[in-house]
Design a protein around this ligand. Structure first.
Ligand code: CMP
Length: 136
């Protein structure tokens, strides 16, 4: 039985800066994801703080929010069977150094901060994060 889901993906500033946008989008297409909506935006630090609020207590929160607001990003609404889990698999581990071969973060990530993509980590967070960027 199919289990069609939607999830949020962000192509982060380090990847946009290196012109990897099309290559990363083709990774999603090759792996069965449909890009239902997408937009290129440059968010403020305050918006980044709202988006990453779950990480508020972490020591890296301030740098993380400065980073996400440091340049343009591409936010996408992705759809496929089990999209949340499949996107997490395709992205690989948060730290590109330990991400598996073939994953987006292994191929394109530079460091744990500049790890090229963000993806929702649960169905519940996917709903919240999609709403954040694509309320209609
Ligand atoms: P992301 O999936 O966007 O979610 C939060 C981000 O915090 C994560 O990717 C990393 O880029 C960043 N980050 C920085 N330091 C850490 C850390 N020690 N553990 C987890 N995430 C970190």
């Amino acid at each position: 039985m199919s289990n069609l889901e939607e999830t949020l993906s962000i192509i982060k500033p380090d990847a946009i800066e290196r012109n990897l946008q099309d290559q990363i989008k083709s990774e999603f297409n090759k792996n069965g994801f449909k890009i239902l909506e997408e937009k290129k935006i440059h968010i403020s630090k305050g918006e980044a703080e709202k988006f990453y609020k779950v990480h508020e207590s972490k020591p890296f929160y301030n740098d993380l929010c400065s980073y996400l607001s440091s340049g343009p990003i591409v936010v996408m609404k992705l759809q496929r069977d089990n999209a949340v889990l499949e996107n997490r698999k395709l992205m690989g581990a948060t730290d590109p150094r330990v991400a598996e071969e073939g994953t987006i973060r292994k191929k394109y990530g530079i460091s744990i901060d500049k790890n090229s993509v963000h993806g929702s980590d649960s169905i519940e967070n996917a709903k919240i994060e999609l709403e954040f960027f694509f309320k209609d």
